[in-house]
Design a binder for this molecule. Structure first.
Ligand code: DX5
Ligand code: ZN
Length: 223
């Protein structure tokens, strides 16, 4: 059995044909990673709430919504109510992370916080008890296809140490530049949940690429 979760991001998939893009990874992936960008928190825009709701409703696998938006305290809960299995919002955009995490959970989804590369890991310490998952960004959020920032791995190591000491089931996710070349590094540092956009959707066979990534991560975790 695999101990890791692989979450393909459809950011750079063919968005005009999402059902068939999702089908390519449905057998092998754990979650569909849905990147919501509002043009304010990050320069790009991807999906409106209505569009996201349609994707969530039609996805044949559980959806991991990653909100790169400026007002998560107001709307994160709506993504949970829309049927996301997991909702992640950015610490940098929230005035009251604890209430928002609890609102997500109260609406039936797993609740997660994300931190950008410049945000120190200590800034999440107050919220550890309310987290189902913590996302350590390994690129600056906003676009797919960027290079993995290995200098983020000390954050992952710190979190893994804390979660192990507390016997905490909280997942540690990494997002940005995850590929066959980088996933083992991230897994060895203690990540157990991996977003991969271009690595999966630029592969000849996206479904098989998910399995390749999973093998490497499981191997690194066992080592
Ligand atoms: C970036 C997004 C990522 C992106 C990852 O802001 O949060 O989920 O799709 O793409 P790759 O795997 O190509 O770095
Ligand atoms: Zn993402």
């Amino acid at each position: 059995m695999s101990n890791v979760r692989i979450c393909p991001s459809i950011l750079n998939a063919d968005r005009t044909n999402l059902p068939s893009e999702i089908l390519k990874i449905a057998e092998t992936a754990d979650f569909l990673h849905l990147d919501v960008m509002d043009g304010i928190f990050v320069p790009a825009t991807t999906f409106t709430f209505e569009e996201a709701r349609g994707i969530i409703a039609n996805s044949t696998i559980p959806v991991d919504s990653h909100l790169m938006i400026t007002n998560p305290d107001e709307v994160a809960k709506e993504y949970a109510l829309a049927g996301s299995n997991s909702v992640t919002f950015h610490l940098e955009a929230s005035k009251d992370p604890r209430s928002t995490l609890r609102a997500i959970k109260g609406s039936g989804a797993r609740a997660a916080l994300a931190i950008k590369p410049t945000t120190p890991v200590e800034s999440v310490f107050d919220f550890l008890d309310d987290l189902d998952m913590l996302l350590v960004m390994t690129v600056e959020p906003g676009a797919g296809g960027q290079s993995f920032m290995a200098e983020m791995l000390p954050k992952v190591k710190t979190l893994r140490k804390i979660f192990s000491e507390r016997n905490s089931p909280t997942w540690i996710q990494v997002d940005g530049g995850i590929s066959l070349a980088t996933i083992q590094m991230a897994a060895s540092a203690g990540a157990d949940t991996f977003v991969a956009g271009s690595a999966v959707y630029q592969a000849k066979n996206p479904g098989e690429m998910v399995e390749e990534l999973r093998k490497l991560a499981d191997f690194a975790l066992e080592a």
